[in-house]
Design a protein around this ligand. Sequence first.
Ligand SMILES: *[C@@H]1O[C@H](CO)[C@@H](O)[C@H](O)[C@H]1NC(C)=O
Ligand SMILES: *[C@@H]1O[C@H](CO)[C@@H](O)[C@H](O)[C@H]1NC(C)=O
Length: 472
Amino acid sequence: MSHFRFGRLNRSYVALGVVVLLVYMLFAHQDRLSLSSLPYRAIQPTDLTAQRIRTLPKTEVLAHAPGFSVIENLYWHNRTFYLVTDQPWRLPPIKLIASLSTDTRTPANGRVVAKIKSIRLQPVSPEVKESNQIGETISLEAAERQFGSAQVVEGPMIINNDDNFAAHYYHWIGETFLGSWRVWSNYGWRTGIKLPMIKRVAFTQQYSKDDAPPSAKPGKDIFNDKPGANIWFTEKFFPGVVWDTKAVWDNRADSGKVYRITTAVVADRAAGHSGPSAAYKPWGDVLRLPVAPDWLLTLRGRVFSEYRGDTPLSMPEKPLVVYLQRQDSSRRLVTEDHEALVDELHQLQREGVADIALEAFNSSMPFDEQVARIARATILIAVHGNGLTHSLWMTPTPRSAVFEFQPRTCTITDYSPLAIAAGVQHYMVHETDFCLPLDCPGRHCEKPGGINTIIHLKPKVVTDQIRRILAH
Ligand SMILES: *[C@@H]1O[C@H](CO)[C@@H](O)[C@H](O)[C@H]1NC(C)=O
Ligand SMILES: *[C@@H]1O[C@H](CO)[C@@H](O)[C@H](O)[C@H]1NC(C)=O
């Protein structure tokens, strides 16, 4: 054991071993030479550690209906939104999130409104085609490089992506704002999360009248309405809100930086119109999302935060019928029919059925006063028009109702969905009869005259139904 002795036999074994080794090395070397001339590619070791993929703020759609989306980590660069994800199948189609223009005929000229960047590993076979993928494939490294250090814009931010139709109380508060508040409320209701206050409101494609360049066209390029309702209501809803107007986005585009909006509530009119429940309106689908019953009352409460008027802010004991008249405008009731209606309403009052208030709001009445007077109405009656946007602020009770007058030749469903959204029954009155929203004829309006005409009304159609409602 302890002595290692090299005998003769052993020496010959060693010599043989050396020869075998030399021969082997010679051939092995030749072998390596021929292998190295074949194409050789190692699988790229990808450091897709769970930690890194988790750390990159990825885009998540938290709640959605066509046209209205709650989106976490929405990226933006040079007038294009970016959705950065490793789960592209969880994103709704882009056309249901955002559009380049309200007018879908506007030429794109190579622009797209949004791009999906999908973090993916390599494909498994040559049959896999990049053109079939959702979004553009990006490596985790590239995603980190391009988006990982984006400039943060702290939300929640409501984004109205319209390039038209905002400069009106109905078009903003009654349409795109309403839809975004609905999807946001649905998100809170569904998850039980206590929703944070909206910090910013953005108009990506419109200026405010304070920062618009001289070339901007009022109405199309500027979101302010004449009476100032859009700004007034929005600032009441969200005290201290920051306005990110097109002027702000223009600067962001010029900076060349990538931005990340922590939470965005995106409203897009054309995308809303693409939904299956649209029915000529942007919010047909989103208004079918369930929400807590007080989803609008929360906002209404904020409208009164600095209210100094005399109107009590609670419902009166006796039912109140508010007739919001507009006899000084071109779309109004035939004078005799208006007067007959007023007589019939006074008759209701004499019978003790309800109290009556005749209102004619104009721009010198503060908005909170207008809302206060609507908020206590059990029943609101009015000719088709902007004042009916206020039906959003009614108090939902089993007897609450809106009566809207239209000519017999029209059913324009602009305001009925607002009443329904507020939890209030809607009666579309066509001169001598009425219909409930789901029983009415489809949306239409015959020329000449259309909706802007003098409307006939048999007042008892309204007052008899009010008697029936209030008898319950
Ligand atoms: C933004 O995009 C436009 C083309 O749409 C391009 O001409 C411009 O250089 C881009 N700006 C920046 C800062 O990348
Ligand atoms: C608004 O209505 C009030 C009361 O009806 C009236 O006194 C006032 O002149 C009106 N203002 C405008 C601007 O029409």
